[in-house]
Design a binder for this molecule. Sequence first.
Ligand code: ZN
Length: 397
Amino acid sequence: MAKDAGNNSVYRLLPSVQHYDWGVAGPESFVYKLSPRQTDSSLPHAELWFGAHSKASSLVESSEGVFTPLSELLTSEPMLYLGSDVVDRFSGRLPFLFKILSVAKPLSVQLHPNKEMAVMLNAQNPLHYPDSNHKPEMSVALTEVELLFGFRTLSDILGLIGRFVEFSEFVSSAIVEDEGKEKARIFSWLMHLGRSEVSRLCLSIAEVLRSGTVPLQACDNWFLKAFELYPGGDVGLFSFFFLNYFRVPKGEALFIGPNIPHAYLSGEMVECMASSDNVVRLGLTSKYCDVDTMLEVIDYSAQIPKLLVPAEGESGERFYQLPCDDFRLSFIDSVAEQEMQLDSRMGILFSETASGTLRCGTQSLEYSPGTAFFVVDQAGEIRLSRHVGKMFRIELP
Ligand SMILES: [Zn+2]
């Protein structure tokens, strides 16, 4: 049993830091600025993880100042910390994960399979799919965020690839009434090209774009930028012409459901998801890519991300309505200092810009930007005093 089980209702949470190469350089990144731990500023700072995922559990601080992985604390007394509902529904594991992302370079083009597929992939290929859980995810832009999300319409795609001679046969023979089938036909042809063909085609596209003969669009500029990162070519580069390019304004949020291809290109954000690392990758990464699985499950329908409008709850807390049972996200945001009361529910609180004092039972904890707390099941009333700024909360719906 954890040392102070039963005493604390709220634990200070120390996230794990991921230094993936696509992260924003040290001191400029939100990940660096919001990390409560000292990190090596010379490294790229890609992600902060707040949660109990087996790959990188956060640490909790006991009242004696001892740090324990949150996963260990929860395993020691799941009923006490998580409550019977979570123990029953999620086998005693924290069902969600909260992250901060700082993206300087395009992430892999990826999708997340649904629950049934996740279970199957895990059974068939546990080395590359160690997680059998699905991964619905949502993000809130902390700066403007650029991303690829879902397929374009067929006419959009034909317009873009029609500029390159290598696609002329596809463009002239395309049956426009058969949107999904046509997209699948062209896309899977591309995905099955050999390495040298991919390399040649990327080079040829880049030459056309650099020649000044076509007006460049955002997707073209991104193709050229990403081509510099993958000078030998990469099948993921073709995604710029097949997937929709979007800019999500600061403060806006979106949800990514199963089988929707996507790739974050730049920006800083909050990301919430089911506690899972289940990713099928297609390209723009040195990690394992699985084109066959990708093509089997990918959703070819044209997608526009719907920006989420949070609904106002009690005490000024605003909730994002999500089509998933694994988590929900809410926030409070106040411009002037005030006293607030939050109903206590098991979950994680994270201060983006907020400061104040949190009181729960006999505990009194100061917070400032970057502070995170794990709130145990049935913690009792939570009072925030002199609260100002924005604080997120992730919990079960
Ligand atoms: Zn994703």
